[in-house]
Design a protein around this ligand. Sequence first.
Ligand code: BG6
Length: 517
Amino acid sequence: MSISNLSEPSHGDISADRKNLTPCSIVIFGASGDLTARKLIPALYHLFKEKQMPSDFRVIGFARREKTDDSWRTELRAALNDFSRTKPVDDKVWADFAKNIFYCQGDLTETPACEKLETLLTSFGSAPLRENLLFYLAISPSQFGEVVEQVHRTGLLNKEGAGWQRIVVEKPFGHDLASAQALNRELTRYAHEQQVFRIDHYLGKETVQNILMFRFSNSIFERLWNREAVDHVQITVSEKIGVGGRGGYYEEAGALRDMVQNHMLQVLSLIAMEPPVSLEAESVRDEKVKLLKSIRPLSRDDVAKQVVRGQYFAGAVSGEPRPGYRQETKVNPASNVETFAAMKLFIDNWRWSGVPFYLRTGKNLPMSASEVRIQFRPTPNVLFAAKCGGSLGANALTLRLQPNEGISLRFNGKVPGTTLGARPVRMHFSYDSEFGAYTPEAYERLLLEAIAGDATLFIRRDEVETAWQIADSIRAGWEGKSLTNREFYAAGTWGPIAADDLLAQLGHEWHEPQVIK
Ligand code: BG6
């Protein structure tokens, strides 16, 4: 069954014109890193190609290595062949775009480096290109404070004054509450909170943005979105990839810091938050913070009962052999770091009291899929349910965030025939068949929002700190405990047995992400 043929003519579309796109310069600190070539430049190229960039702009890469404007442009052009979402790269568009790209060599710890940057910005000969500045910190968080101080000292970053200046920062934003607070203090020494744009790339995904649209633009689902109708919610972010070359980073992070503290709690807050009073950034973020604050705190004992970690040992994913985590490069052979985490959280507010929210994420699982499943309460055990001996499937709504982006509704139908057989059937909405293949990358949307000065899709200070409080309480519960046998899983399986035990406590079970053919 499909509803993809119900498309409305375009008068049903609402699109708001993007305003506030003033000419500006985008300065990327840490420009020789992976992120610039893989994500930032391809995103800016596509925005330019689709005529979504401001009428005038410059992109300045700032890094320590010696390069000229031309050698950097050549490097980026080569990388675009690999990382552009549209192929082949349009040479004419690239040539026009590349004229706006510059390289500034310098050592961040030295004032003259930022003076060079100031001279370059001034040489563009236009006040907006010198005053409207987006600083993208693609550098280690330990350098944030220094950079912010340098650009402030050179007169490029001000709390008040001409033009606008914004700072975009990547995750990881700290490694616990204390370090996140320290980073926040450093960033806001020379900038207002409103000038700081903390990235969580999940918020740039179309399907994640659609969560609020889906909830608050349709009357039929929102009235079921509460404890009266919902039995439980499952949020799964599974990945086929292992830790690979990121062993060193992963030893410090683990799945909790890498995925739960940010992406998963963000998805949870969008799924469960109350309607905001408006779509303004502060209104939306107020509700997300309120939701995070309503998550029932976890004591050490609660962590033992409600949170499971896991670590993969050698196995195979889709037939491809994978080493165990402890055998990965730069990983301690006796490491207790989790490559999988699952938890049962309760939201102590009027809407969700008593409804379990299950979250799970892991590496080296059988498939890469992110989805949210809202499972509704069963019917009373009479009539058809009684006849089926309790095996009548519950209704469920699944938001497929990636891949096969879409939404499915599962309900029961009568199997045709003379007997009374019931079977679950599904209605599918798929992005591809409804909207075609145009799916901008998360970074395109996020960069555009930062240029426009709309912080809705970025994480506010209190939000990141509240999320760290939750992650920290879980880490405290794990402190000093080694992994048990029930917490190991073979690469290529759906995680440790302990994760199944967790759901079995309330008679639930994990649902594998749907494969849509
Ligand atoms: C990143 C994590 O933030 O998100 C990675 O550091 C993870 O470990 C990635 O693989 C997942 O993002 P996506 O967009 O592929 O789901």
